[in-house]
Write a protein that binds this ligand. Sequence first.
Ligand code: BGC
Length: 617
Amino acid sequence: MNRSWAFLIAPLACCAAVASPPAAPGDPDSRARATEKQLTPQERLTLVHGIMPLPGQPVQVPPDAIVGAGYVASVPRLGIPALKETDASLGVAWIMGLRKDGATALPSGLALAATWNPTLAQEGGAMIAREALAKGFNVLLAGGANLAREPRNGRNFEYLGEDPWLAGTIDGASVQGIQSQHVLSTIKHFALNDQETGRHFANVVIDETAARESDLLAFEIAIERGQPGSIMCSYNRVNGPYACDNSHLLNDVLKDEWKYKGFVMSDWGAVPGLDAALHGLDQQSGAQLDAKTWFDAPLGEAVAKDSTYAARLGEMSRRILRSIFEIGLDAYPPKAQPIDFATNAKVAEEEARQAIVLLRNEHGTLPLDASPKRIAVIGGYADSGVMSGGGSSQVQGEGGPAVAVPLGGDGPFADFIAQQWHRGSPLAAFARRAPKAEVTFRDGRYVSEAVAAARKADLAIVFATQWMTEGFDAADLSLPQGQDELIAAVTAANPRTIVVLETGGPVLMPWLARTAAVLEAWYPGTRGAEAIASVIFGEVNPSGRLPVTFPASLDQLPNPVLPGSDSIEPDFLGNGKPGQTLTIDYSREGADVGYRWYARKQLRPLFPFGFGLSYTT
Ligand code: BGC
């Protein structure tokens, strides 16, 4: 972070109370209709656009805004609260450390999906919502439901795997949990935003039936089950128009066919023009990131001249009001209060324990008993913490990351591209469980040193990480920075080698056959270290099952080369250079995402969807 920003943060008030008259009688529809009639034209416009309330942005940040992803002003005379929005896929977001208050980090979305447990999803959602309320927020930009159609997608860790039923069920449960606390949730990013490369301009081409039976189906199920107050449309184009300007997606599918009653908010900087209002978009978010605040003065001028716009503005306001009333944002305002992090960490830990997938366990290597005298732990900053995913969903506990490794850039957004580890050391968690053993650590930078340590030990535990982030995809599915070579060398030195993977999604494992055991721990969150240790030492019988296929090679993928990776210069957050175009053609696999593709092509993956061992036979 650019340090000169820090002093700007302090003056922004947290958790200002909202004037809240007792909830008015009536169902949310009639209340929304009655309230909308009382709005002045300017108040209607107030409801339909928001800003990103960050210091140093070209907007005036109102005193009651909290540093976070979004803010939509209140209409106090009618008891309509401001919308105070935070990213929250995995916890209340760290927002580049601009607010110093930490939050409980749940394991990644893929980890949650690997539990196959909607009850945990609901509990996790409710936990995040309570933390959000205590910090002054009433809207969570949570609920990522994009399918893991592209295993190299930088944001798969925020999503829930490759199967529409699994993703939709888990997502719906998370949203239910969030909204049970009277906090409004989104479901995002609608739709087909399945890779980050070129996300701001790529045109996804897919036929209608295929879309309905895959990506859209996940959203349909999640929406039906979760009844989210809002849907966030995505950056990309879908069969031509931008998703936030796409009448077919927003009007025909979402609102007419699925009878969705909430409102559509844009992704941040995803609104191409004023007519998005006619094409189904109800609210422009983070408007300073678009070319214009279309849903303020330009919309006001159109409304004054044209009754079509006027009717739409009325409907846009009613939809927003309806969600506010239905979820009770007016009646249950956020209240600043201390957070019981110890209790919330238990939610994160239980999720991580159920999420870890045992991929290989030769000769009953795991669980470990008390016999090893010397354990060599290697790599992955396992002496300090567990890996987390980057971008807007980044969460950090109080005090910030255990380790942050910047990957370049400067200014505040450089924090977006810093690999970050949550506090909590697996090494220490192992040492506590094996008090008689000598547990050593080598960081893995020098293969020779790691090999020497492994050779001397009864067994080696190698931690391997694949950092993924919003804005960038993985170029391939190898473990970066020489980790494949490190594992190969360590397994050659000591056949009793256990590999613990902390990855954003599937990876290839050229060294697999030489390992004794492999665990996929995903990004395991605040209590990841304890969860990993409790599986390795047999306090927990592993029950996680893969929510995504692990391919045997890139050749098995419908697109062996990531679309755009050979033509687009990667740049910050996938914004792209002016004039760039990209077509992402999903006609090859169509609806056959993930395991359906492998079945159709009769391919044998490295590990199939649903795979996972346990300690029983
Ligand atoms: C992301 C959204 C996020 C928003 C606000 C966008 O770049 O795509 O997921 O909610 O920023 O931070």
